[in-house]
Ligand binder design. Structure first.
Ligand code: HGY
Ligand code: MN
Ligand code: MN
Length: 410
């Protein structure tokens, strides 16, 4: 058994240095996928990995693979990674921690001249957030066989820019075919983005599963008309219809408490004028549950409620489910490796189900996979005030190092 430990100051410094790429006045990061800021942080990451002696490849979806040789390079590598893109009001740790901890693992192995049996690799997955281009985790999804390349390239952002064109524009549309790399195992270190670890004063989350999700896009259409002259009974008010449907999302989630969640994150109103009855309202729905049968029931209830509301108000409804992501159970051996690494590192830990989706969820379709969580302050994430402590970040990276080395030498 080795007594390798990461250089916590160096890891923290890389987090703070990259947080300046798209850094916001409130201390968060706005670094949307495939923007010039994403290119800047990708270039930074590639340069650091090459300086650490890695061979770096980029595939057709812009996923970046940094490989450190082992004693037997004929064996598939033990891999870690996450994402460098952020939400519009993202924090310093969501995704970034998992990528930079991977760089720190490689640097630590280099510093000690430690040669693992299998090679070690770290990956930056393109567009995990699904904020600019929906759905989320689209590149690990192509890698895992959930989406085909043409579908992914065709996804458009609200301005009509396509993922494929933007990948080309920033110079990260790699030649390497996606999905051909074999992983011996994959580990993703991530902040919990929820309140459980902090509330229970546990340092490490041993992630056993991730909950399922369904994403929808709805357009409610009525009749634009004058706010002052149109009597209430004669209105076909798209806003009032959408408002009742949005309330139904909350009712359905509460009906399936305590695990169900439901969110309406985006709304667009046309013509969006204060004295015109809206003729059209577009909005998104994100519902989640650890049990796919309950998620299917929520889907049926949502469709029934929205149809009923539209009919009663003489509105037309276009409703499309753009993404169904079933719950995923992670690999038992990888979960055990994380639990053992936490034990050996002397960190408190508990098993946990991930409320958020992660690239590991799709990688799990093609390789033995699990995740490591560390706490974040008040469980807040997808928010510029997202915060994690120096000690928890170091603990997570050390557990990642220990689990990967154990797997690489198994
Ligand atoms: O939405 C999610 O679960 C992830 O943060 N993209
Ligand atoms: Mn993330
Ligand atoms: Mn996120």
């Amino acid at each position: 058994m080795h007594n390798l430990t990461i250089n916590a100051e160096r890891l923290w410094e890389t987090l703070m240095e990259t947080a300046r790429i798209g850094g916001t006045p409130k201390g968060g990061i706005k670094r949307l996928t495939l923007t010039d800021l994403d290119r800047e942080v990708r270039d930074w990451f590639v340069a650091k990995c090459e300086a650490a002696g890695c061979s770096v490849g980029v595939d057709e979806m812009g996923n970046i693979y940094a490989l450190r040789p082992g004693k037997d390079d004929s064996l598939p590598p033990i891999v870690c990674g996450s994402h460098l893109d952020t939400q519009p009001t993202g924090g310093k740790y969501d995704g970034v921690l998992g990528v930079l901890a991977g760089l720190e693992v490689i640097r630590t192995l280099n510093d000690s001249g430690y040669e693992t049996n299998r090679p070690i690799m770290v990956v930056d997955w393109t567009n995990e957030e699904g904020s600019r281009f929906a759905p989320a985790m689209i590149s690990s999804g192509v890698f895992g066989g959930a989406f085909d390349l043409d579908y992914a390239y065709g996804r458009a952002d609200p301005d009509g820019e396509t993922l494929g064109a933007e990948l080309e524009r920033i110079g990260y549309k790699g030649k390497e075919k996606i999905g051909e790399r074999e992983f011996g195992a994959f580990f993703e270190l991530h902040i919990e983005q929820g309140p459980v670890l902090e509330a229970e004063e546990k340092t490490i989350g041993v992630v056993t599963d991730a909950q399922g999700q369904r994403w929808y896009e709805l357009t409610v259409s009525g009749q634009e008309s004058h706010a002052g002259t149109t009597p209430m009974p004669l209105r076909r008010d798209a806003m009032m219809g959408a408002a009742k449907m949005i309330a139904a999302v909350q009712e359905i989630a509460l009906r399936h408490a305590p695990h169900a969640v439901g969110t309406v994150g985006m709304v667009r109103v046309e013509p969006n004028s204060r004295n015109v009855i809206p003729g059209e309202v577009f909005f998104t729905v994100d519902i989640r549950h650890p049990d796919d049968t309950v998620l299917a029931a929520m889907d049926r209830e949502l469709r029934a409620a929205c149809g009923r509301i539209a009919e009663a108000a003489k509105l037309t409804l276009a409703m499309e489910q753009i993404w169904h992501f079933p719950p995923v159970a992670f690999d038992a051996d990888c979960v055990a490796a994380v639990r053992q690494a936490a034990e050996e590192s002397g960190h408190s830990h508990r098993d946990i189900i991930s409320g958020a989706g992660h690239d590991a969820c799709y990688v799990a379709r093609v390789a033995p996979t699990s995740m490591i969580f560390v706490p974040c302050e008040n469980g807040i994430s997808h928010n510029e005030i997202e915060n994690a402590t120096f000690d928890d970040v170091a603990a997570g990276a050390n557990v990642l190092l220990r689990a990967m080395v154990a797997m690489a030498n198994a």
